[in-house]
Design a protein around this ligand. Structure first.
Ligand SMILES: NC(=O)c1ccc[n+]([C@@H]2O[C@H](COP(=O)([O-])OP(=O)(O)OC[C@H]3O[C@@H](n4cnc5c(N)ncnc54)[C@H](OP(=O)(O)O)[C@@H]3O)[C@@H](O)[C@H]2O)c1
Length: 326
């Protein structure tokens, strides 16, 4: 088969479409013929040599895919050759075939195109596990999403609105904020021109956000805490603004607030399977009913992954950039 390989870490040109050996499904795994994958910010870090795949994972990038099952390893039940699926991966999605632990498979949601389903697993699992399973966002509460027009952000807006929450977003341009508003965001903050703490307080009668979904890490730690309501929950999922910050524990105590930080890729198989099962139970019906949909900026042929990486690095996209099989 062919896959995007990274012979040497570097810029987008480090991504090379090469012939590689076919993967073989082991116990509890299936082999999927990939129709599409999607770019995640983590893929860029992997390409640059800053984010190695976890032990045992495919060396090729790609944290999600859609396609058809073409082989079953021993001990797999509930899935059959020919099933159309999408899948959460620890790597290897930028390829013609990929091995997937059965617990990380999802059926293509009713009403969603097979290709577009590749835009779902990573963002849905990340948002659902952080905003709902860890931070327990409830109807009527306010969620602040940083990077509202990102792959993660566009899904977070939709899921939070679907459960009846109020959503505030940050983004870097009026055009991106317009796209967030189309998805249902109620409070729009241009992070280049406005102070999100002041804007969120203003929009909540001084109360603040009940949950913050944060991609910035250190740079926003203090201001995120300021933006939180009493009993607020800050869920950190990204480190785009650095890894080491100062936490005001006095403010944390006074607000009886909580800070969590999780990474999906390296979690044990059982934890990923539990997240995937929860997503299938709670989010798949919202996709089937049309309340939530994959937000795809564009499709790029998989062997031109470098073009897709350039676009995402320049933040020239809204939602997800798909890599489709040539
Ligand atoms: N922990 C996990 O398991 C996990 C899983 C998936 C993703 N993530 C993280 O989630 C984040 C989003 O991922 P993605 O793949 O959806 O990325 P993406 O589409 O490339 O989006 C990155 C976003 O960062 C925003 N941004 C840049 N500077 C900002 C600032 N100062 N304030 C607020 N937003 C800012 C950009 O907004 P503009 O374009 O408007 O400038 C853009 O929307 C990344 O940090 C990624 O690493 C974590």
């Amino acid at each position: 088969m062919h896959a995007i390989t990274i012979p040497e870490p570097g810029g987008p040109e480090a991504l090379v479409w090469n012939e590689v050996p076919d993967p073989v499904p082991g116990e509890g795994e299936v082999l999927v013929e990939v129709v599409a994958s999607a770019v995640n910010r983590a893929d860029i870090l992997q390409r640059q040599g800053f984010y190695d795949p976890p032990p045992g994972a495919s060396p090729y990038p790609g944290l999600e895919c859609s396609g058809r099952i073409i082989d079953l390893g021993p001990g797999v039940s509930g899935w059959a050759v020919g099933d159309e699926v999408c899948a959460l991966l620890a790597g290897g999605g930028y390829a013609e075939k990929v091995v997937v632990p059965a617990g990380q498979l999802l059926p293509v949601p009713h009403g969603v195109d097979l290709k577009q389903a590749a835009a779902l697993p990573e963002v849905v699992c990340t948002v659902w596990s952080n905003v709902f399973m860890v931070s327990h966002l409830r109807p009527g509460e306010t969620l602040l999403v940083h990077g509202g027009s990102s792959g993660i952000g566009t899904m977070a807006i939709q899921l939070a609105k679907a459960v009846g929450a109020k959503v505030a977003v940050t983004a870097g341009s009026p055009e991106k904020l317009d796209r967030c508003a189309e998805l249902g965001a109620d409070v729009l903050v241009n992070y280049r021109e406005q102070d999100f703490v002041a804007e969120v307080r203003k929009a909540t009668d001084g109360v603040g956000a009940d949950v913050v979904l944060d991609n910035m890490g250190a740079k926003y730690l203090d201001r995120n805490l300021q933006a939180l309501a009493v009993n607020g929950r800050l869920a950190i999922i990204g480190m785009q603004g650095g890894t080491k910050g100062e936490l005001n524990i006095g403010m944390l105590l006074n607000k009886r607030a909580a800070v969590s930080a999780t990474s999906l890729r390296a979690r044990p198989l059982g934890e990923k399977a539990a997240i995937v099962a929860a997503v299938r139970e709670h989010v798949w019906p919202l996709l089937a009913s049309g309340h939530v949909r994959p937000i795809v900026d564009r499709e790029v042929p998989m062997h031109e992954a470098a073009t897709a990486h350039r676009l995402v690095e320049e933040s020239g996209h809204v939602g997800k950039v798909l890599l489709v099989k040539p």
